[in-house]
Structures are given as structure tokens and as C-alpha cells.
Design a protein around this ligand. Sequence first.
Ligand code: CDP
Length: 785
Amino acid sequence: MSVTEEAAVGFGRLRRKEDARFIRGQGRFVDDLRLPGMLHGGILRSPVAHARIVSIDVSAALQHPKVHAVITGRELEALGLAWMPTLSADTQAVLATDKVRFQGQEVAFVIADDRYAARDALELIDVEYDVLPAVVNARRALDPDAPVIRDDQEGRTDNHIFDWESGDRAATDAVFARADVVVAQDMLYPRVHPAPMETCGAVADMDAVNGKLTIWCTTQAPHAHRTLYALVARLPEHKIRVISPDIGGGFGNKVGIYPGYVCAVVGSIVTGRPVKWVEDRSENLMSTSFARDYVMHGEIAATRDGTILGVRVDVIADHGAFNSTAQPSKFPAGFFHVFTGSYDLAAAHCAVHGVYSNKAPGGVAYACSFRVTEAVYLVERMVDLLARELDADPAELRLKNLIRPEQFPYQSKTGWVYDSGEYERALRKALEIAGYDELRREQAQKRERGELMGIGLGFFTEAVGAGPRKHMDIVGLGMADAAELRVHPTGKAQLGISCQTQGQGHETTFAQIVSQELGIPSADIEVVHGDTDLTPFGLGTYGSRSTPVSGAAAAVVARNVRDKARLIASAMLEVAPEDLEWEPGRWFVRGDPEQGATIAEIAMATVGSLELPEGVEGTLDSETVYDPPNLTFPFGAYVCVVDVDPGTAVVRVRRFVAVDDCGTRINPMIIEGQVHGGLADGVGMALMELIAFDEDGNCLGGSLMDYLIPTALEVPDWETDFTVTPSPHHPIGAKGVGESATVGSPPTIVNAIVDALKPYDVRHIDMPCTPSRVWEAMEGRAEPP
Ligand code: CDP
């Protein structure tokens, strides 16, 4: 690290503090943990998607010389732990007792000396299944004769979970009735998986002597996990410590509590030894939380001159076998009702119907804020379909309908209040960087030669930073976050936060926030996170909420320290606090700048013999809880250029321009990294990622041979830029950015592909746009040029 970086104060392109250990291979992940006497757990999983369990015989497994215990649902039943509550007020089997309801469901847990012995012993367990018909199609799950999946719920006769609406149905119908043009389209946002590089896992260690349970766990929300363990397992919360060490990517996959974690805890209690459970890649893809799986019917209404009037959506949401989607309880479809997008509409309405199916549970917000991705995909595809219908330029159509700067704060027709935006500026910038007019000329020439070049546009508005807690909670825990700032006597500081980084660089950016407020170099501020014994309570990191919520808490707590420092400085300098002025790192006497005290001097004086002023206790330390008044609404304008090979239907993403606006930018380098990662995610979802099932419910995407994720070979050199429209209510004006690109890129890429196939009169292709799907779409369509 250069001298400049060590001394760096405030915002800017500071290199990541955490990389000192990551680039040396010194990160410490859950699977790196080796405790004395530690045992290893393995999970027996159902080979079928739907079956009644006739019997489970574990006797042979227990005979295995390296096996210490085998736990089944029966043992858990005795402890009241066979079922656990989900994050969506449903219940989920920890280990199946009555039936298995998806392929890969947890049936038994073996604890052995090592991972290999545990795996060997799993094969010695004999389970007799009475196989039942499976249903993996969300529409079919609603048929009256569909097999009832959740017959554990008394009186249940179907697979319907919930109906939820947002917007004004009557007003929307009226708008549609007077529209010149209505375009409708069915589309699927397919089931995909966050697929973090590190799979999920836990090490549980119950200390029988002092009764303290320590759980090292891949969790994005350590405090919420601790409280839930206390409530579900009826363990005293002060005797539970959840430690979330380095995390190799979360993307929503590490929000929930999985059966494997509970089994590790029970295993440690049963054996009296630490128990580690780490899932393998297939277990991760097949069982721990899918994302999306929204079957959508969208309609858009407009005048002939291209004024968009309204959007109407009907969704069947496939939630798998247990409703364990992670989202604020008031919103069973997450923030899907942000589907009105970035446009000034007269009316909008959506209806969402949740269903059970014989697929893995989950429905996590994979790199998005609770279904924002599905919403943005829907509206951005619909706008492109409208442009097609009107024979309008998709850029012009968007520019005509975007919410204008003077309309902010903007009340959407589904109840959101967008905080700030300069949409046209961002779109014009993206078009200029892309050289849009020139690209259209190039496209026209290529079309004459039979070459398939597509230009896709996408504009998104996200809703990130959940709470406020009066409107948003997860299982009753209000969505606020805390920060605790300690200033040591020598002026070095330690910031404890309740969110948990999974690779986003919080140790750097949160230090930068405090540095900006207090004028202490970032290098002198240590960020502590991911340990419930060392950090204050809060709801954690998902939905790009760290900067909007915890980041705000960090700024506020630093300001509290600054205010306290002023009182102490006034005692030191023997002047009234009002006579002191602040410059970064120091209070000084107005009109006499030589007379002043730095934060370090004030910190030392605070613990020295100075008589502290009234109301100031013995340190500069402070703690705060930030309950956000509103979400923040980052936005962005994207342009994608693709080439489709007319002979093979292979899509190549040639260019991608991303102009993002996340308000005040703390660390532009980290933001660029976040955007690059999200754009790569988008290429994956648009072109290759899919968790598919055959009609018996066998998962066809259970390994990275089948579930394809993008590599450097499939992505272009990203062309990123930005605008800055601060959030008016966030203390430093920052909005979230971690998930913007994952949200904005898939529709942009699909829009580009459909645009490329205009000569074939293709209207729509469902993701992933694999060569075979693109080929099918081209086949039988209009004659190629
Ligand atoms: O919750 P999560 O950390 O995933 O998302 P985020 O709050 O959007 O932040 C992702 C990373 O980008 C963090 O290191 C942030 O501090 C940083 N960031 C930034 O530098 N400036 C912003 N305006 C927003 C985020």
C-alpha cells in the first residue's frame, strides 16, 4: 500500500483493506476452521421429488466404525425440531418425517470422524419410499387434480399459497380501455441459483460446561440467525454466538437458515463435540435456495404517439415445496410492485399468486432487492415490445416516458416514493457512450448483408435499503441496523457494524465513511463485523441494504462522536462549544485556527485527567441504530450490443455500456467491481443459467456441468460510467449499488437479442437464450433476409 493510501482520508479509490489477506490466500472461511475433536456431518438427501417415507433404517450406518451418530426426523421430533419456521411464516422440514417434497430434500444426518466416512455411511442408510406423482410446473400445480404437496398442513386441499395485489385494478382497467395500443406477453423469469463460489456451511460447537453454543456459519445476517436459533431451539440468546467469518459470495444464498445448520447444532449437542457441515456444489445448487421462478403475464397500454399509460401484470410465483422466500413479511412478492419501473404511468396493477411445487424451497433475492429483478425484467421487456408494436425507437420511447427530475420525490402507482433521479441524463449519457446512432447505422448495413446484430436498451430503478422497520420486518425483526464506534485513546478507531460483507469490501468502504466524517485516515479505522458477540444487533446484508442502512448508521455514529469531541474540545480549549469550528480531523477556535485539538488529542484528553463537561461520560465512543425513513432508489441506463451467428444461433455480447447512479460514491473502484460482477451475472442469466426439472421432478441443473455460469470468455470489456444524484434522506446521500447491474442487465441483453432477430420477426425469447432456444425462435419465422 502506498503512503498516499495509508494516509487517505474520506471517499475515493482506496484499494481494499481486505485484499491484503485475500490475495495471499489468507482469508478464513467456514471450511478453513479446524477445531480440536471436530466431527463432520453429511446429509442423506431424497433421490425423488415426491414420496411418502415408509421406513428409514439407520442400523448399518451406525455400525460404521467412524460414525458417531445418525440423526433422523424422528430424533428431531423428540426435540421439537423436526420442522422449523421459514422466513415467510411457513414451516420447513429440517429432516423429513412424513414425506419428501423435492429431490435433494434432507432425510438424515450422519456424524462421523471425517467427511468421507460420513459420506460412506450415508450409503448404508436404507430408506423405503412410496413414490408419488410430482408437480414441477407452477401452472399445473394450481390444477384441481394436482397432487397436494403440503398435506402436512391440516385441511389443505391444493397447492395455492397466497394471492397478493398491488396498485389500482379498476383505474388500470380504465386506462387500458381507453388506450390506442395494448401489448401483451407471457414471459418466464426462470429458476436460477445465486451459485456463490463458496457453498453454505456451518461449524457448531456446544460447550457443555458453560452452555455456550458457538456457530461459525456462512450467513449474511448473523444477528438475525442468532435470534432465530434462540427462538426456534429455545436456547438462551446470550449463550449463542454466531460468527460469520470471511464469506465467498452470498448473493442471497446465505440469508436463510438451512437444515444443515440446524443439524450441525443438534449434532454438536448430541455428540458433545464440534460438528462441521459444508455442502458440496450439487447440494448447493439443488437444495439451498433458488431464485426467481416467476411465470408472468404482462400487458402495457399506450397512446398511438407513444405515451405509456399503464402496466398490468399477473404472476404465478413458484415457491417450491416450502415457502421460505426471504423478504419483508408484508410483501409476499417482495418488491415486485416496483414493476412500474422508471416511467410516469397513469395506473398500474399486479396480482401475484404463490404456489407450492415439488422443487427446492427458497425464492431468495439473488443479487437484488426482493424480486426487483423480476419486476425490472418485466417492464423493460414490455417497453421494448411496445416499441416494436409502435415501430418506435426504444430509446426515444423511453426518453418520452421516463420520470422527469422535477417529479421527484415521485410517488409510484404502487405506493413507492422514489427519492431522487435524473433519468434522462443517465440515458443520454449511455446512448452517447455507446454511439447509439452510429450503432443503428452499422446494424442497418449488417442487416443488408444478412448479419444479425442487436442493440438492446434497459433502464432500471431499484428499491434498496430495507426498512423502515415500521413497514418492513423479517419474521418480526424490524429492518434497521446499528453501528458502534469506539475511539481509542491514541485516536485510532474501531467501527462495529451489524451487516456482514461477503466480498463487497465493507472493511474498506465503512472505514472510509467514518474517515470522511472524522478526518481520521481510513487505515486507522478497523471495521468489525460478522460476530454477534462483538457487534451491535441489526438485520444484515442483502438487497444492497448495507450502504443505505448500515452505511447511514456509520455516518451518524461518527457524527455523534464528532459532536461529543466538540464538547470535550471546548473543555480542553476553555471556550464555548459554539465558538469551535470543524475541519476534517480537528476542532479549532473560530478566528484563531492555531488553537485547536485533533480527534486524537481529544480522545487522549478524554481518558486523561481533564474534567469532562456536563453530560459527557468517560469516552468518545458512541452507538446508534439507524431506522431508514425510506428506501433509496438507485438507477441506471444500459446499452448492449450482441451479434447472433445466423448459422449456429450463438449469441455473443460484443459491447455493454452501463451508466449507474448510486448517489454519492464512497469508493468508485469498489463500485466498478460491483457493477462488473453484476453485469457478468446478467450475461449468465440471459444466456445460460437455468435450474430445470424433468417431469418427474429430477433436477437437471445440479452441477456446474449443467448449470452454466459465465466466465471471462463470455463477457465483453465492460464500459462503465456514472451520474451522481444523491439520496436526499441518506446522511451522506449514498444509495446501494451492489445489485444494480444484476437487475439491469438481463432485460438489456434479451432486448438486444430480440432486436438482432428482427428480420425473423421474433417477439420474445425466454431466458436463458441458449443457442437452441434462439435457433427455435428463428426457425419457422419470417424468411431470413
Ligand atoms: O449490501 P451490499 O454491501 O451488498 O451492497 P451496497 O450497500 O450497495 O454496497 C456494495 C459495496 O459498494 C460496499 O462496499 C459499499 O460501501 C460500496 N458502495 C459505495 O462505495 N458507494 C455507494 N454509493 C454504494 C455502495
